[in-house]
Design a protein. Structure first.
Length: 437
């Protein structure tokens, strides 16, 4: 039939010219709306002279839709689809096709029921368009083969057509019914695409002996989210995508923890703080509603491991002094009165003076220089180095004030002081940063 031949020719043409099609991003539009704006929706590297897959798919539908509608209208008009009249049978006493019941005081007409024929029209159209579903599936598989992100476009585009047609209460549409069937294939391709990403995260390789930095799995998540959001835009319903995001981000979180526990060069807290910060920054920029909990969790973990790293680093420049005052705090916590601490042999005034003497200003500055240099070696993100060093500066100043407060409480009237002032400490911190630049 002519319509079947038209479809086969259109599909063949699309396959012939679609070998270089690539979907970089597209908004979802109405089935019968203008398609002119689809040519400028790309977000990735493509040849501007070659059509994109979303344009090709729209082109296919614009060719097929009027053919399907015309044939459907013809069948309805010629065969009087989709309704037929049928007289209901009342009971065994009913007399053939009689209109009245003779034994009744009042003539009762048997009801005439309009029955919607739910099979004849679809069966007829399926015979007319016998190759449509298969050819459409071939085009869908071609798009997926060219670029897995085409399955994202197809999922949202076709789902919107089906949902809008269903919610509008329109009469039966053979094309929409065909798209419903094709949606099963599209969802399968989308699930396979997402699982390929998850498997790539789970099987990620990394060097255990060089600086870690941002992990490949985090870069994969970033690239996936940016491209997908460019494709779907502000599409309202996205349960399949939200589920995919959660599956992928859970695997990325697990990969970060695994790498942090296995890496031999970069401290675990640095690996976690840098990568969780990257995820938090990504989700904050994209504003994906379903990912708010994951965004908050990434922020929580980032701050927690940043704090851990600062706390572990804090004692290095003043290690013996830090250990001495940790012991003082433990005594007080266990019930010893502050003014009795100095009577303990290990925490006498003599021991305190001996400890303080090991940290003249020159040694403190040297220790801070070494610490900053180590942080530079640990961290790959210059902005995070800046932020973490700022937190470290505040922590050192707080530690200095705590030492002075403990000396005043536990060794009153001893005239014992540290061999550097808070101004000296602030200068040492600033100089440590400048000498490394």
């Amino acid at each position: 039939m002519g319509s079947n031949m038209d479809i086969q020719m259109s599909m063949a043409s699309l396959r012939q010219h679609g070998g270089s099609m690539m979907l970089s991003g597209s908004r979802v539009s109405g089935l019968s709306g203008s398609m002119a704006d689809f040519g400028s929706t790309g977000t990735g590297p493509t040849d501007s002279n070659k059509p994109k897959f979303d344009v090709a798919f729209n082109l296919m539908l614009t060719h097929i839709e009027p053919v399907c509608l015309a044939e459907q209208k013809f069948c309805n008009a010629f065969f009087h689809f989709p309704r037929s009249e049928q007289t209901s049978q009342m009971d065994d006493s009913a007399d053939g096709d009689g209109i009245e019941e003779e034994d009744s005081d009042m003539a009762v007409k048997k009801p005439v029921v309009l029955v919607v024929n739910e099979s004849l029209l679809p069966r007829t159209l399926e015979q007319l368009f016998a190759t449509l579903l298969g050819e459409m599936e071939s085009l869908v598989n071609l798009g997926d083969k060219l670029d897995g992100y085409n399955s994202v476009f197809l999922l949202f585009f076709v789902t919107r057509q089906v949902v809008e047609a269903t919610e509008s209460g329109d009469s039966y549409s053979y094309l929409i019914e065909t798209l419903k069937k094709e949606l099963v294939c599209i969802k399968r391709l989308f699930d396979r695409f997402v699982m390929a990403k998850v498997n790539a995260v789970n099987e990620m390789k990394f060097s255990r002996t060089s600086k870690c930095g941002i992990l490949p799995c985090v870069s994969l998540l970033r690239d996936f989210a940016v491209r997908v959001e460019a494709i779907v835009g502000d599409a309202g319903r996205r349960p399949e995508l939200d589920k995919a995001y959660q599956t992928l981000i859970d695997s990325v979180f697990a990969a970060i923890e695994r790498v942090a526990s296995e890496h031999q060069k970069t401290p675990p807290d640095v690996i976690k703080l840098e990568n969780y910060h990257e995820i938090h920054d990504l989700l904050s920029r994209l504003k994906i509603a379903s990912m708010e909990a994951s965004r908050d969790e990434a922020k929580k973990r980032y701050r927690q491991h940043q704090r851990n790293y600062v706390d572990l680093s804090l004692g290095r420049p003043l290690e013996k002094l830090s250990l001495f005052f940790e012991g003082v705090k433990s005594l007080i916590a266990s019930g010893t009165k502050p003014d009795e601490v100095g009577f303990r042999l290990d925490f006498s005034k003599t021991e305190l003076r001996k400890c303080i003497k090991e940290y003249p200003g020159k040694e403190v500055k040297k220790g801070l220089d070494k610490l900053y240099h180590k942080m530079e070696k640990d961290m790959s993100d210059a902005s995070q180095l800046e932020v973490t060093w700022g937190i470290m500066q505040k922590a050192f100043i707080e530690q200095f004030k705590e030492f002075e407060d403990l000396i005043e409480k536990c060794y009153p009237g001893s005239s014992i002081t540290l061999e550097f002032t808070i101004e000296d400490l602030t200068n040492y911190i600033s100089q440590a940063k400048s000498t490394q630049q």
